[in-house]
Design a protein around this ligand. Structure first.
Ligand SMILES: Cc1cc2nc3c(=O)[nH]c(=O)nc-3n(C[C@H](O)[C@H](O)[C@H](O)COP(=O)(O)OP(=O)(O)OC[C@H]3O[C@@H](n4cnc5c(N)ncnc54)[C@H](O)[C@@H]3O)c2cc1C
Length: 384
């Protein structure tokens, strides 16, 4: 293991809590149990069984900060003690009615205002699907003609995006915009590029997310960089591998088009590392947030920083992991004085269930990392 366990702080967890975490990781390391759990959870929600309390005490506690910003402060301060920053992520997904959109928009604004006063919150993050109807993004993506009603929705979305960016600019809090499914991502890219052009003139305020599991995204970075040079703005890029692989491939199969995802993990890893190298080589124009739990890619970025004599805490390079995952990387990096921030999802338990299911599925797929997590907790329990 490249990143050592010994810096992780488990001291805030009681022994019983460590046992609970251990059981949780055993459960989510098993793909069949996760699939069965997902089915039973949906049944329980349909039958309105009182299960939210159990979820809050188990999987929610592992992967989320709290139900609101105030509840998440305990987590923010625990991480902050170790010089690990927090990126608060209002993780309510899939609710596209106008009142949910309004609520999410206001939550993003409160999030930015919270970050203004708290140096432990270096970025804010959101998904464009939180503030724009999915069907609208899909139509824009396909360049389909919009109806009058949809034109109005688009104007309202652009107004919201601009208000978010203006608030962020006043608070000097950079914004990460998440990447989503390929059938709406062109629309997200276009909206985000327009914001970068407007707001990234002197200071990198807006970061777009690049999913390197897509075959076309290295080319996208090169073109975007040329555009930034031409129009004299800076790029903010969050590099990730991508979270929707199964969904992408299932849709491509069903609709009979070539999947946009690389054929192999190796190709995806290659592109991820090439992207890191390209951004670090162009650090004068590109600020970077490397969102990964992959130890080799993280180590690769550290080596490139060393070679280029970039200081560990250069504000243009951040590393980020999700709360509850790969703490060894986060704690080790912070110990070496690199900029590290955890994504800390929050929101009402019922509404973050889709996020939690994704985390459980991801952990059941990456069993090597999950096994390490189990080993770590067992060692802490053994050592007393
Ligand atoms: C801070 C942070 C922010 C994130 N934000 C986003 C976001 O905005 N949008 C988003 O989509 N995801 C996001 N993710 C999730 C991310 O895309 C990955 O799903 C997750 O981090 C696992 O990848 P990894 O780099 O950590 O490590 P690894 O475990 O090395 O890689 C696993 C990933 O590799 C890719 N992969 C696996 N097998 C193959 C294959 N056969 N062919 C091609 N590719 C393959 C998949 O993307 C898979 O998730 C974020 C993750 C983090 C840590």
């Amino acid at each position: 293991m490249i990143f050592e366990d010994k810096y992780i702080d488990y001291s805030y967890k009681k022994k019983t809590e460590l046992y609970q975490t251990l059981i949780l990781f055993y459960i989510i390391s098993n793909r069949s149990i996760v699939q069965l759990g997902k089915f039973l959870l949906n049944v329980a929600l349909i039958l309105k069984l009182p299960i939210l309390g159990i979820i809050k005490k188990t999987i929610f506690k592992q992967f989320c900060g709290g139900e609101n910003i105030d509840e998440s402060k305990i987590k923010i301060n625990q991480l902050g003690k170790h010089n690990i920053k927090t990126i608060l992520d209002y993780s309510v997904e899939g609710n596209n009615d106008s009142s949910s959109i309004e609520k999410t928009f206001l939550e993003i604004i409160s999030n930015i205002n919270e970050a203004k006063h708290n140096p432990l919150l270096p970025f804010c993050v959101f998904k464009i699907t939180g503030i724009a109807p999915f069907h609208l993004l899909k139509k824009i993506n396909n360049s389909t003609l919009l109806s009058k009603e949809e034109e109005k929705l688009l104007t309202s979305t652009k107004f919201k995006l601009d208000k978010i960016c203006k608030t962020a600019q006043n608070c000097k809090t950079p914004i990460l915009i998440d990447a989503e499914e390929s059938w709406i991502q062109n629309a997200i890219d276009k909206l985000t590029e327009d914001l970068m052009k407007k707001y990234n003139k002197n200071f990198v305020l807006i970061y777009n997310t690049i999913q390197l599991y897509r075959r076309d995204k290295l080319e996208y970075i090169y073109n975007l960089h040329n555009d930034a040079k031409r129009h004299q703005y800076k790029l903010g890029l969050k590099l990730v591998r991508g979270a929707y692989m199964e969904k992408e491939e299932a849709r491509a199969r069903k609709k009979k088009y070539k999947s946009p995802i690389h054929l192999s993990k190796k190709d995806c890893d290659n592109d991820f590392n090439i992207a890191i190298k390209y951004c670090i080589n162009n650090i004068e124009n590109i600020s970077l947030c490397i969102g990964t739990h992959n130890e080799l890619s993280t180590e690769y970025a550290l080596k490139l920083m060393q070679t280029k004599k970039i200081k560990c805490d250069d504000p243009r390079i951040y590393f980020s992991q999700l709360l509850g995952m790969s703490d060894n990387i986060s704690y080790h990096l912070s110990k070496l004085n690199y900029n590290v921030a955890k994504y800390v999802p929050y929101g009402p338990v019922k509404k973050v269930i889709p996020y939690l299911i994704r985390r459980a599925e991801e952990n059941s797929a990456i069993t090597a990392q999950t096994r390490e997590e189990i080993k770590r907790i067992k060692n802490v329990l053994k050592s007393g």
